[in-house]
Design a protein around this ligand. Structure first.
Ligand SMILES: [Zn+2]
Length: 233
């Protein structure tokens, strides 16, 4: 997602981060609660760290680094997602190990962790240890849709930003993708993130399920009506 879209999507958070960048006060660990634009914001901030052709504090979106980050292929920006609902501690340890073994100092590294609530405390702690080193240039973005489930150690050591669901904007986006208003509204209400909504919008099996659920619900309601009228008569 390009920054214009991100700005339209989460204008307040975008402005706040631009100010943080202008003041050169980017923290080393953030907790982004809510999925609406949070991944995109983490990527935007990563671009601002690695862009080779910045316009003021803003990444250009055109240089090799910006493009690779957008495609999730930039070597120093690691995106970690749960596999089978778990973020394995070994995977985090391996990453942290690679990083410290290389003995790279003053080299920027960004970790973006999706569904960070699925991370084991040990994994979280090894990551947090890295950013506590005085010379560390590691930046970590913990992304979660369930802030309550986040470990207290993470919550207390990170700055929390909320990325509220932008239902109206999501409905518009889905309509632009070709969905009729009714379907767009239903999907916007159901989805936890833009990415999820876009994926489901194109999934025939999802809409079959919706149709079947609707039919089932209609039948159940009809049955309930019958029972009630029987009881009343
Ligand atoms: Zn750039």
């Amino acid at each position: 997602m390009k920054q214009e879209q991100l700005k339209a999507w989460q204008p307040d958070q975008f402005d706040r981060f631009v100010r943080i960048l202008e003041q050169d006060q980017l923290n080393h660990a953030y907790l982004f609660s809510g999925f609406f634009g949070s991944l995109e914001m983490a990527q935007f901030l990563a671009k601002s760290l690695f862009c080779t052709d910045k316009v003021g504090v803003l990444p250009c979106e055109k240089c090799r680094n910006c493009k690779l980050i957008e495609q999730e292929e930039f070597p120093d920006v690691t995106l970690i997602k749960p596999v089978n609902q778990v973020i394995k501690t070994e995977r985090i340890r391996e990453l942290v190990g690679q990083f410290s073994q290389a003995g790279i100092e003053s080299q920027q590294q960004v970790f973006i962790i999706e569904q960070a609530e699925k991370m084991h405390p040990n994994a979280a702690n090894s990551l947090l240890k890295v950013i506590e080193e005085p010379q560390s240039e590691v930046y970590i973005f913990f992304l979660t849709s369930d802030e309550e489930k986040m470990l207290p150690t993470i919550r207390s050591r990170t700055q929390i930003f909320h990325f509220k669901k932008q239902e109206e904007k999501l409905i518009l986006l889905l309509e632009q993708m070709g969905l009729v208003k009714k379907k767009a509204t239903l999907l916007a209400q159901f989805s936890q993130s833009r990415i999820e909504a876009e994926k489901l919008a194109n999934q025939a099996s999802f809409w079959t399920l919706v149709d079947e659920s609707e039919r089932l619900l209609t039948r159940l309601l009809a049955k309930k009506k019958k029972v009630i009228s029987k009881l009343l008569n």
